[in-house]
Unconditional design. Structure first.
Length: 443
């Protein structure tokens, strides 16, 4: 049976000179000296060797919050001129009638190519159910099937226009379904997670009603919940409180996530001190989307301008699982991005001022381990018996990976190499200086 050995790797937990032995697509052994053991016990011509040269071998990146149905649609049918959240929703609404199954699939597949090349092998994507045709839902379910051999794509039924606010007859006068019917149909078709957008409902009461209704639906069906919750600068947008209370009432502890939660940035500290206890009791997780939160929030401010990202280090200090999401790449809300979760982690680190040694590790975990926990991914991480899913980075530590957002030298899933990149090396022609640099220090 062919065996693959990756030697002399550094792991995200700081262990160095570690060898990983891959057999039958699984991690057979991991630790110092395991490569030497394979040599002594029976390496043969079929044994493959990869020398990691002290570089970082990590579990794959995980994106805890994305919108695959909108990705790569930048400029369609027009660009978001103001760059605001509300104009983004408007542009998406204008594009929706012209969406086709093929275009959605083509863009999704292209994005998944980028994701694999970046070592991003699990994505939770919200998919818009505010459409009587459920076109995006059908396209994303097909995409999920197509990419299943290389990406875990988890789908959230997301009523973008509000499950109580949206009237499907506004899109199709012959439609006899409610927005809730459409969301339920999406779940029946195979969408995995119940979504919501309480702050976008007409009133705070309607927002709270939507949370209650959608959590009950998830409890009935035994599904996870992930709502866009309080993506607002309004400190009185407190749907996260209802989400946590409903989680406890319905026994959904550990199964519910609040995405964005940006209003928490603007809440007063006294209220947050009470809220934290409720979040802990509900074992609610939170996903911040640093790239998008920093660009879309605080738009009504002059100076000082709020950052608008949720309270990441404070939540983590309470033992609450916090992941980071990319949210958007080249879509009506965000023009940039290339499926690089290290770019997301780096922005999160800056916005939350998480520059301590522990803070850096936590930001890396927010795009790996913590995000995997939020998705309830089984068998995640570099451990014996787990699938051989891993990424070799051109960096010698987590700190260096964050600093450089380096090349993904090798991306592996189930023991199979899916992507490779050449190391980044710049050649120099300088007097009395080395002929190359890889941006390492010490070199
Ligand atoms: Fe989102």
């Amino acid at each position: 049976m062919p065996v693959l050995v990756i030697e002399h790797a550094t792991l995200a937990d700081g262990r160095s000179d570690v060898d990983v032995v891959v057999r039958d697509g699984q991690i057979g052994a991991i630790g110092p000296g395991e490569g030497a053991l394979v040599r002594a016990l029976g390496a043969n011509d079929l044994t493959q060797w990869i020398d990691a040269q002290g570089q970082l071998l990590s579990a794959p990146f995980v994106d805890a919050h994305f919108h695959m149905d909108a990705t790569l649609s930048y400029g369609l049918p027009r660009v978001n001129d103001s760059g605001t959240l509300l104009e983004g929703i408007q542009v998406w609404g204008e594009l929706k009638p012209d969406l086709t199954m093929q275009a959605l699939l083509d863009r999704g597949l292209a994005y998944c190519d980028w994701a694999v090349a970046q070592g991003l092998l699990a994505i939770r994507s919200h998919v818009d159910t505010s459409d009587p045709r459920l076109l995006a839902v059908r396209a994303m379910l097909e995409l999920k099937k197509r990419v299943a051999p290389y990406i875990d794509l988890q789908l959230v039924a997301f009523p973008q226009d509000g499950v109580l606010r949206y009237n499907p007859r506004s899109s199709d006068p012959s439609c006899s379904h409610s927005a809730l019917d459409l969301l339920i149909q999406a779940l029946d078709l195979g969408v995995d997670v119940v979504g919501g957008i309480p702050h976008h409902e007409r009133t705070s009461q309607a927002g709270a009603d939507s949370v209650r209704m959608l959590c009950e639906l998830a409890a009935e069906r035994g599904l996870l919940v992930d709502m866009h919750c309080d993506e607002s600068d309004d400190p009185m947008s407190r749907h996260i409180e209802t989400l946590a209370a409903e989680t406890v009432r319905l026994g959904l502890q550990g199964r519910v996530n609040a995405s964005h939660a940006t209003s928490m940035h603007s809440m007063d500290n006294y209220y947050v001190s009470k809220l934290m206890g409720l979040l802990r009791q509900a074992r609610l997780s939170v996903v911040a989307n640093p790239l998008i939160n920093i660009t879309l929030q605080g738009r009504h401010d002059t100076y000082p301008k709020r950052r608008g990202m949720t309270r990441v280090p404070e939540l983590m200090a309470q033992g609450i699982t916090v992941g980071f999401g990319h949210d958007c790449v080249m879509d009506p809300w965000y023009s940039f991005g290339a499926a690089d979760m290290l770019e997301v982690a780096m922005m999160g680190l800056h916005v939350a001022q998480m520059t301590s040694q522990q803070g850096m590790q936590q930001c890396f975990a927010a795009v790996t381990q913590h995000a995997a926990q939020i998705l309830h991914l089984p068998h995640y991480g570099l451990k014996v018996g787990h699938p051989a899913d891993m990424v070799l980075l051109q960096a010698r530590s987590v700190f260096e990976a964050l600093r450089l957002r380096p090349q993904r030298l090798m991306v592996m899933r189930r023991g199979k190499v899916l992507a490779q990149s050449s190391p980044r090396i710049s050649t120099l022609s300088l007097p009395d200086r080395p002929s190359t640099t890889r941006f390492f220090w010490p070199a």
